[in-house]
Write a protein that binds this ligand. Structure first.
Ligand code: ATP
Length: 320
């Protein structure tokens, strides 16, 4: 029986960029939220060996046209785990892709986090949660968040985490246009418009994985107004307050590249969404409804010509 691990997508309830760092990353402040849309990883042991006696990593992808070698984050994660632990076992991974690609939903990062969790079990590696977080941060900025997920404040390049209380219940409607958006391209548009100057590398702090650390983090640093507003709105447990606090600094540069995104946003509002925002660097636009049923209803009023449409709910943090 293969080991099956879900990989949940995320949306950004808030995404602010504080500046460009001299290490090539941007300093960000985000409130990330897991949603129920997910890929599935089916993992089993493989007896096959590479020439160098390392266990073979065999990746198969169903549901999307993605590379199955080093360019796939799942393959890369398995290789990194072999190198870090010296484990010589192999694996066969079947990735069922449901999360659209280049959509601002962190599909690749979610798969990488699921692969870390799954292979830690499959290969009996006994890695600690702290080790998993450190490896996750090496693989990608959004991967640490995807380990547990839930409602999380993320800082630094996205790898410094503080776990928030769960956001109030809501339904989410996702509209993913036929085109994807490259994260790098949106950031370069933001740079030329807002951040032409590179700032000194910001102080890098260790990754936090203490679930009660939000207070430390709030004391440690002055959070910017957009994330503070969202954190307060979540604390109030009032959905209209959350909708009012939605913010994504990347929305404007992305909409300049693809004016159609603004049309989608307006249509979602017209159809009754309480709040609408682009997720991450796009191209997905999400709308908020009171519950899943309302999201399904709203989806019925949308033309399929807008793109792929999903009605989903929030996903809480997982036990790790
Ligand atoms: P983010 O929200 O973190 O910016 P995204 O949703 O915009 O991510 P992804 O779907 O994660 O983007 O994919 C971005 C790129 O990563 C794609 O060009 C894709 O080829 C590559 N990639 C590598 N591995 C995967 C994977 N397992 N799933 C999806 N994309 C992958």
């Amino acid at each position: 029986m293969p080991l099956v691990i879900p990989a949940y997508a995320k949306i950004n309830l808030c995404l602010d960029v504080l500046g460009r760092r001299d290490d090539g990353y941007h300093e960000v402040e985000m409130v990330m939220q897991s949603i129920s849309l997910h890929d599935l990883l089916e993992l089993s042991l493989s007896e096959e060996q590479e020439n160098n006696n390392m266990g073979k990593i065999i990746l198969t992808v169903a549901g999307a046209d993605l590379p199955v070698g080093e360019e796939n984050l799942v393959f890369r994660t398995a290789r990194i785990l072999q190198e870090y632990t010296g484990c010589r076992l192999g694996c066969s991974i079947l990735l069922h892709k449901k999360i659209p690609v280049a959509a601002g939903l962190a599909g690749g990062s979610a798969d990488a986090a699921a692969a870390l969790l799954g292979l830690n079990k499959l290969w009996n590696l006994d890695l600690t949660v702290a080790e998993l977080y450190a490896l996750a941060a090496k693989i990608g900025s959004d991967v640490p968040f995807c380990i547990k997920g839930g409602t999380v404040l993320a800082k630094g390049r996205g790898e410094q985490l503080a776990f928030l209380e769960a956001a109030p219940d809501m339904g989410i409607i996702l509209v993913k246009p036929a085109y994807g958006i490259s994260t790098g391209e949106v950031y370069s548009k933001l740079n030329s418009a807002v951040y032409p100057q590179v700032i000194n590398t910001m102080q890098k702090k260790d990754i936090t994985n203490d679930t009660n650390d939000i207070h430390n983090m709030l004391c440690l640093s002055d959070l910017g107004p957009p994330v503070l507003r969202m954190i307060k709105a979540i604390k109030s447990r009032q959905l209209p307050a959350v909708c009012k606090a939605l913010y994504n600094i990347l929305e404007e540069p992305a909409m300049k590249m693809h004016p159609n995104l603004l049309d989608i946003k307006n249509i979602l509002f017209e159809q009754g969404a309480m709040g609408v925002l682009m997720s991450g660097s796009g191209s997905t636009i999400f709308g908020i409804t009171p519950d899943l049923e309302a999201a399904h209803l709203l989806s019925k009023g949308l033309s399929p010509s807008l793109g792929s449409i999903y009605a989903v709910k929030l996903q809480g943090a997982r036990e790790v």
